[in-house]
Design a protein around this ligand. Structure first.
Ligand code: PMP
Length: 360
């Protein structure tokens, strides 16, 4: 058996080069005569690793100097709740834009903590688009506006950053971070679970403007307080050292690839290849409006549901893994994050073409 092309939505494929490096230095890392997993996060070697990872991420995304970069835990879901805990007072308005299942979940978690307003939603059309910006009902006094720039389940992506005026814009970029250049300065806060484009699960990367941290309530338990995490360089308690290490390797890999501009060119080519084939096939179908189609997650259906099981079985036998769509949508989903090479998408398209010919 050999490694297949892994289309999992997350935890997702990591670059093979990164896995090989981690394998090679698993037992003894960087001259410390122990594994990176076995050493103190407060010792010089690990601190140097942590600082290098932050520097590399800052360079990759051109993070302005008035933003903190945090390496946290809890998954993106914990931060659905922790963000309102830090940046609102009970009863204060917060605006959520619903473009899919993850923005719904984010809004639901904020419910007990703030006056959640749904500023816009494409639920009525089954989350097949981004609601046009001129129809958003924003409250100028809201504590923040929350968006999900890429919806992992339905494959809906913002291709522009919405202008929300002076209200801080918060983005859950779990499934799009590092897939293309991003103007960090348009956001007050960005956060991402690591398990798609950054590293293993159990790590959350947050990029937050310093002035927003001044709002964190002093009476919050420290472990929930982002200002405390920032003040202690994400080492308030033992961080996910293994995740941080792997994230650092992924950042270095990205730099060797030519950075996020190079990734954007590759990701665009991958997406165009797959959507182009789907649209022209007359067999497969993607329901998302072309202007809102994700570069990272591509859901598609076959002409009949009874074809799903044989499609998945044959795909797996051909080394094309984890194509089953999310249970909320059915059908298939190909997640084509940074670590998926163009050859993997080409192999998928070749398989899909052959399957359609045999089952037309
Ligand atoms: N937001 C988005 C956009 C996601 O894709 C996911 C996970 N797939 C989450 C949030 C939840 O992340 P976690 O499981 O790390 O809490």
């Amino acid at each position: 058996m050999s490694r297949g092309y892994n289309f999992s939505a997350g935890p997702a494929a990591l670059p093979e080069e990164v896995l090989r490096q981690a394998q090679a230095e698993l037992l003894e890392w960087d001259g410390v005569r122990a594994s990176v997993m076995e050493i103190s996060h407060r010792g010089k070697p690990f601190i140097a690793l942590a600082e290098q990872a932050e520097r590399d991420l800052r360079e990759l995304l051109a993070v302005p100097s008035n933003y903190k970069v945090l390496f946290l835990q809890g998954g993106a879901t914990q931060h659905f709740a922790q963000i309102p805990l830090n940046f609102t007072r009970r009863g204060q308005a917060v605006d959520y834009v619903l473009t899919g299942d993850w923005s719904e979940k984010a809004a639901r978690e904020a419910g007990p903590l703030a006056d959640v307003r749904i500023a816009a939603s494409s639920a009525a059309t089954n989350y097949d688009r981004i609601p046009a910006r001129d129809g958003w009902d924003l409250d100028p006094n809201a504590a923040y506006v929350h968006v999900t720039p890429n919806e992992t389940i339905r494959g809906v992506e913002f291709h522009d950053i919405p202008d929300v005026g002076a209200v801080p814009l918060i983005g859950d970029v779990s499934s799009t971070i590092l897939s293309r250049p991003l103007d960090v300065s348009k956001y007050a806060l960005l956060y991402a679970g690591a398990q798609k484009n950054i590293g293993p699960s159990g790590l959350v990367v947050m990029i937050v403007r310093e002035d927003l941290l001044e709002r964190c309530p002093k009476d919050l338990p420290k472990i929930f307080n982002y200002a405390e995490h920032a003040a202690q360089d994400s080492m308030l308690n033992t961080p996910n050292t293994w995740g941080w290490y792997l994230a650092g390797l992924v950042f270095q890999w990205l730099k060797r690839q030519g950075g996020v501009a190079a990734m954007a060119a590759r990701n665009r080519a991958k997406a165009e290849l797959l959507y182009g084939y789907i649209d022209g096939s007359g067999y497969y179908r993607n329901p998302v409006e072309p202007s809102a189609r994700s570069w990272m997650n591509v859901p598609f259906t076959l002409p009949r549901e009874d074809l799903d099981a044989p499609f998945l079985k044959e795909a797996e036998a051909a080394g094309l893994l984890a194509l089953k769509g999310h249970r909320a949508v059915g059908g298939m989903r190909a997640s084509i994050y940074n670590a998926m090479p163009l050859e993997g998408v080409q192999a998928l398209v070749d398989f899909m073409r052959d399957f359609a010919r045999r089952n037309g």
